[in-house]
Design a protein around this ligand. Structure first.
Ligand SMILES: Nc1nc2c(c(=O)[nH]1)N[C@H]1C(S)=C(S)[C@@H](COP(=O)(O)OP(=O)(O)OC[C@H]3O[C@@H](n4cnc5c(=O)[nH]c(N)nc54)[C@H](O)[C@@H]3O)O[C@H]1N2
Ligand SMILES: Nc1nc2c(c(=O)[nH]1)N[C@H]1C(S)=C(S)[C@@H](COP(=O)(O)OP(=O)(O)OC[C@H]3O[C@@H](n4cnc5c(=O)[nH]c(N)nc54)[C@H](O)[C@@H]3O)O[C@H]1N2
Ligand SMILES: [Mo]
Length: 766
């Protein structure tokens, strides 16, 4: 356990006045009048608008301000008064090649895109194009391709209606190449969790948060990435619940919190201590740490039974609901503390302390994020967390369960309504019947496969419904070169980003309106729906003036591409669907009747309507029909051997970014200001390597594939991080990650333990 007072960086609590200052700094740059405040007041409430930031659920008993610092930042960022008009691209200094030297932040600061643009290779610029020309150009480039030469990517921004039609477009075109941002994110959950409990998503609902006795956090950072989570956590603490955290980096939001919406808290500065124990394990050390806890549970159960006391393991549950138990507890008994300590980087005593809290709690929620999913053995991480929860029946009972915290506001929902590269996840027979098409039955590419296919010259066109894929994936330098060789690249975007700057032979940027804006169509003002991390579906009504009369809704853009590209088919009623999104919801209901019955009626229910989840009711949709205990040989999640001079690099998010969108240069909770070009390193490692704090260093990728990957110009920053682990920012560090470095089962890039060496920046090694 670490005493936070001794840290080199010890900023104030999460929330509090600092969070208001964080919002104000965004106001300063992008302030668009008091109307923005009116929008904030409507966030995440019934008949309001669902925040475009993260996927944290909306409580049924909402408060006056149901938003957080980072939701406010994301909102104000989208509501900026600045516009990136065609004139921007016409500026003499703004050729596409010249813009590649710009920082992500500066590209985004050009403001909201207003008109469709086409790349003109002769002048190396984007030039204005009409929507009809754009759709005709896209169709002309797509039609000659084999359907599997096109990829239809979606980042988790677009709502359910547009997403359903996007998946339909791809399948009617003839491909299941529908990768999504979750391929870089919680795909480990979708695949790994399904394997062991038969559910691709978390098992808890809001009421469980209010009943849990203990929360175990593994690699999820609520203070930055889901700040509204801090409110139920504070309430949990106030009623005596325990919070135990495993994270190599001491994240302020998990240390203490002042509620910025509580006048008393704000005036008195009264902090709530969040984590009762904070275990700074090594990157990739969770399997060993969790196995150690399981070992303690098994020991405690043996002792209790021997003494004739109440059992510690929930044996009736295990017998009725699980498989693999005997083998798993044998592996717990066999595990040696010396191995567990070495692989986790934690002491036996620390793990025993955590296990004692687990054993004392009747109802436990296991929370996790990218710290578990983005590893070579990410799926094993998740299986081990499930092992721990299953031992005491902590799945499918009130106040307990598995809580993966999702990323984009509708990332989970897009998967629910068919944006999926795996054919078996989609009711294709129903879709064929509804639309008179023959959807392909072969699996499409996920992100890693699509990238590899692109490298191999097998992908000729990439359509992106949102996102900034070139910045988000590993092996970025190679990808940028390959991307631009395609016949067609299409980006449906709100702002300029680096992915626009590597245009294919034909390239289009199509500006879309956002969820906050009024969506006027022939049938009146339209509404949309999204799904959150707890599988709750919520309606969302935009009320702001659209960014430009020329921008179109995502649904209208998808439909425009579809109409131009696909052969006429009386059952593909694109014009009717654009006019009335309620009809699209009817189609979703017909495709997924169990989850979406009475969809149009239920969408404004306070807190949303629950799509249902088998594991929540102890119905296990696994092969065996039971929840699965997993026995593993892997004790750490990195997937590579330790070697002298080799470090495990964590690529992290700052408090001042939303993925590849960089709001600014203040990572307030970590005490890092004014730059993102830093490398956090343990002071002993700095000394051992003969470096000095503050010097400039270079990271060299240490994957054993012979490829040279480097990132220089990083200021070495002594930090309270375990020896052997270093940390730098995503997306800057993506040049260091090999595309082949991913979770074995789901192919999620292993961005949280990347093998690197650290060298002085003068010692550039080839
Ligand atoms: N403001 C804001 N909100 C966001 C986002 C954003 O960028 N900004 N992104 C959104 C998206 S798409 C997503 S997926 C989520 C991401 O939200 P999170 O899941 O919280 O993702 P990260 O911040 O990348 O990493 C989480 C934590 O994992 C820790 N960690 C790293 N390696 C390990 C390890 O080996 N073990 C353990 N136990 N911990 C480790 C890191 O120190 C970090 O605190 O947030 C969403 N919300
Ligand atoms: N090294 C490393 N790499 C990572 C990660 C990591 O932790 N480390 N995290 C991974 C994760 S979890 C994720 S989810 C991916 C994120 O990857 P992406 O989802 O591809 O990237 P974003 O940064 O979310 O996309 C930002 C862009 O989306 C567009 N946009 C914003 N709002 C909207 C909208 O409403 N509609 C549309 N159509 N476009 C919009 C804007 O043009 C903006 O520039 O990155 C992954 N990459
Ligand atoms: Mo994500």
């Amino acid at each position: 356990m670490t005493d936070t007072r001794d840290l080199p960086h010890s900023p104030g609590p999460a929330g509090g006045w600092g969070s208001l200052k964080g919002i104000a700094s965004v106001f300063g740059e992008t302030w668009n009048g008091p109307a923005s405040l009116a929008t904030l007041g409507k966030l995440n409430k019934p008949r309001g608008v669902m925040c475009v930031s993260c996927a944290w659920p909306k409580p049924a008993n909402y408060s006056a301000f149901e938003f957080c610092e980072n939701g406010a930042k994301a909102t104000l960022w989208e509501l900026t008064g600045t516009r990136c008009k065609p004139e921007f691209w016409a500026h003499p200094a703004h050729s596409v090649t010249a813009l590649r030297a710009w920082k992500d932040h500066d590209l985004e600061m050009t403001g909201r895109l207003t008109r469709p643009m086409r790349y003109d290779a002769a002048t190396d610029r984007y030039v204005e194009v009409s929507w009809d020309e754009a759709f005709a150009g896209i169709a002309a480039a797509l039609k000659p391709l084999h359907p599997d030469e096109a990829v239809f990517y979606a980042s988790g921004h677009a709502a359910l209606e547009a997403s359903y039609l996007y998946a339909l477009l791809a399948r009617a075109f003839g491909t299941n190449n529908l990768p999504q941002s979750s391929n870089m994110c919680h795909e480990t959950t979708s695949v790994g969790l399904t394997k062991v409990i038969g559910s691709p998503v978390g098992t808890i609902v809001w009421a469980d948060l209010e009943q849990a006795d203990a929360f175990f956090f593994f690699g999820q950072n609520p203070g930055t990435n889901s700040p509204r989570f801090l409110h139920p956590l504070k309430e949990a603490k106030d009623r005596g619940a325990k919070i135990i955290t495993f994270n190599p980096i001491l994240e302020q939001g998990l240390v203490s919190f002042v509620d910025p919406q509580s006048p008393v808290g704000m005036l008195t500065g009264k902090e709530t201590k969040i984590s009762d124990q904070y275990h700074q394990l090594q990157a990739g050390g969770d399997i060993a740490a969790m196995l150690g806890m399981c070992k303690c549970v098994v020991e405690a159960d043996d002792a209790a039974r021997a003494a004739g006391k109440a059992e510690v393991i929930d044996h009736p549950f295990v017998k009725q609901h699980t498989t693999g138990f005997d083998e798993f507890i044998a592996s717990c008994r066999a595990a040696r503390w010396s191995d567990i300590e070495r692989e986790s980087g934690l002491s036996e005593a620390a793990i025993r302390d955590a296990a004692a809290v687990y054993i004392a709690a009747e109802k436990v929620i296991g929370v996790y994020g990218m710290g578990l999913t983005q590893h070579a053995h990410g799926s094993v991480n998740i299986a081990m967390l499930v092992n721990l929860l299953l031992l005491r029946g902590n799945i499918g009972k009130p106040g307990a369960g598995c809580c993966p915290v999702r990323g984009h506001s509708n990332v989970q929902g897009q998967r629910t309504v068919g944006i999926a590269e795996k054919a078996h996840l989609v009711p294709l027979d129903t879709i064929d019947e509804l639309f008179g098409i023959t959807a392909p039955r072969d699996d499409g590419y996920n992100i890693v496969e699509a990238t590899e296919a692109l490298f191999a010259g097998k992908v000729r066109a990439f359509i992106c419904l949102g996102g900034n894929l070139l910045r988000a994936i590993p092996d970025q330098a190679k990808l940028e070169a390959a991307w631009a060789t395609q016949d067609l690249t299409v980006m449906v975007s709100t702002k300029v980003n680096r992915s626009h700057l590597f245009p294919g032979k034909q390239a289009y940027i199509l500006p879309c309106t956002g969820r906050y804006e009024t969506d006027q169509q022939a049938g009146g003002i339209q509404t949309v729906t999204t799904e959150d991390s707890f599988s709750m579906i919520n309606g969302s009504i935009g009320h702001r003036k659209p960014v430009s009369p020329e921008a179109r809704s995502e649904l209208a853009i998808v439909t425009g591409i579809a109409k131009a590209t696909l052969a006429p088919n009386p059952r593909l009623k694109w014009d009717e669907w654009i006019a009335d999104y309620g009809l699209v919801r009817d189609l979703i209901e017909q495709t997924y009747p169990e989850d979406f019955h009475d969809y149009n009626k239920r969408m404004y229910q306070a807190g949303g309507f629950h799509r249902g989840n088998g594991a929540h009711q102890r119905i296990w949709k696994t092969e065996s029909g039971k929840a699965v205990f997993t026995t593993t040989d892997a004790l750490n999640a990195t997937g590579f051997a330790d070697a002298p001079g080799r470090f495990r690099l964590i690529t992290m998010r700052s408090n001042d970014q939303f993925n590849t969108t960089i709001y600014g240069y203040s990572d307030r909770f970590r005490g890092i200001e004014g730059t993102r070009d830093v490398l956090l390193m343990n002071p002993d490692d700095i000394a051992a390597a003969g470096f000095v704090n503050g010097q400039t260093v270079r990271l060299v990728g240490d994957a054993e594939d012979g490829v040279d990957r480097q990132l220089g110009g990083l200021t070495l920053t002594a930090y309270a991080i375990p020896a052997g682990t270093v940390a730098g920012y995503y997306p800057e560090c993506n040049v260091l990650i090999a595309i082949g470095h991913h979770d074995e089962l789901s192919k999620t890039p292993a961005s949280k333990s990347v093998p690197v060496r650290v060298v002085g920046d003068d010692l550039v090694s080839a």
